[in-house]
Write a protein that binds this ligand. Structure first.
Ligand code: PHE
Length: 343
């Protein structure tokens, strides 16, 4: 026993280990449950009584020394940057972060704006919280006019006072601001968010997006409007697309029309998207009413113009066959990811 204690003492003194793993292995080999020093303690029980004292002291010394040595090596290794935790592989590739995709409403709005920019239109934006003048009055909606009920308005201030503040119900108010401030001729599109007090359903929402357009110059005619809308429809829905116009009414345009495009799913034959008619409604338009030009200080005898307005969600629904408008607002990643390829 004496020799084994001495051999182990010498071994412990000369231990030269560097990595955390090597040190841990040595600790288990010497001091672990089945370690060599632990085994000596078991044997010590059978040592003759008269030698117990001598061996006992030697064994305790060996155990203390081994433990101290292991601790010393451990701190040296840690100081040298070798922690006892598993080491990092610095050459491993980093964690990947999933890329987001653009929202379908943004993709569609930018596509509409891109097409009109190509036709030479500028882009104008305005405030979402507007006054009655810009949303209604200047657009030929006199007070108490029943046409105001076409658009259920959210009022910010009391609507019985003069020129109340409200959330815009269409972006035509931006066109009024353009007519008030820009030099003629004017050619603008106005993209933006609008608000209407409507019950939320698959086909209606209280918040949605529009792109409206305005063109004012000398001698602008209905034929110019028809051509601009036809070219837009063909860029948006494909070169074969046909349009048709139906008479309609808006207080700010005269004459007014609603525009349908031939159904791009069934090519006009009739399917469940176009409800068998072969046509899909995409926008409202008309020749700017002379009253509207005059309200913004434009001489209606010299100038004429056309305006049009469309709902971005509606165009996106037709383009990608989204059946329920609420999908656009719920931010369900499974829905949003379907548009990744359109980025
Ligand atoms: N402002 C109308 C709406 O929100 C759309 C429109 C714009 C119609 C311009 C005609 C001309 O419904």
């Amino acid at each position: 026993m004496k020799e084994r204690i001495e051999a182990l003492l010498a071994e412990v003194e000369n231990l030269k280990l560097r990595t955390a793993q090597e040190i841990e292995d040595a600790r288990v080999r010497l001091l672990g449950k089945k370690g060599e020093i632990t085994a000596l303690f078991d044997e010590f029980r059978n040592v003759d009584k008269d030698r117990k004292r001598e061996f006992g002291q030697q064994l305790n010394r060996l155990k203390t020394l081994a433990a101290a040595k292991i601790e010393e090596l451990k701190s040296a290794a840690e100081a040298a940057g070798q922690s006892s935790a598993p080491s990092e592989d610095l050459s491993a590739p980093g964690d990947s972060y999933p890329l987001g995709s653009r929202h379908p409403v943004s993709i569609c709005r930018e596509e509409i704006v891109r097409i009109f920019r190509k036709f030479g239109y500028d882009v104008a934006e305005g405030p979402e919280v507007e006054d009655d003048w810009h949303v209604f009055e200047a657009l030929n909606f006199p007070p108490e006019h029943p046409a105001r009920e076409m658009q259920d308005t959210f009022f910010v201030t009391d609507n019985s006072q003069k020129n109340p503040v409200l959330l815009r119900t269409h972006t035509s108010c931006v066109q009024v601001r353009c007519m008030e401030t820009m030099k003629l001729p004017i050619r603008v599109v106005c993209p933006g968010r609008v608000f209407r007090n409507e019950a939320i359903s698959a086909r209606a929402h209280c918040i949605f997006h529009q792109v409206e357009g305005l063109y004012i110059d000398e001698n602008v005619t209905f034929a110019d409007m028809k051509q601009a809308i036809l070219l837009f429809a063909r860029e948006m829905f494909g070169p074969e697309t046909q349009i048709r116009m139906r008479p309609s009414y808006f207080p700010f345009t005269e004459p007014s029309a609603e525009v349908d495009v031939s159904c791009n799913i069934c090519k006009g034959k009739g399917c469940n998207v176009c409800k068998g008619t072969g046509w899909l409604e995409i926008l409202g338009c008309g020749m700017v009413d002379p009253n509207v030009l005059e309200a913004s200080g434009i001489d209606s005898r010299k100038y004429s113009g056309f305006a049009f307005g469309m709902g971005v969600e509606r165009i996106a629904m037709l383009k990608w066959q989204v059946k329920d408008l609420r999908n656009y607002f719920e931010n369900d990643l499974r829905f949003l990811k379907e548009f990744e390829s359109n980025i």
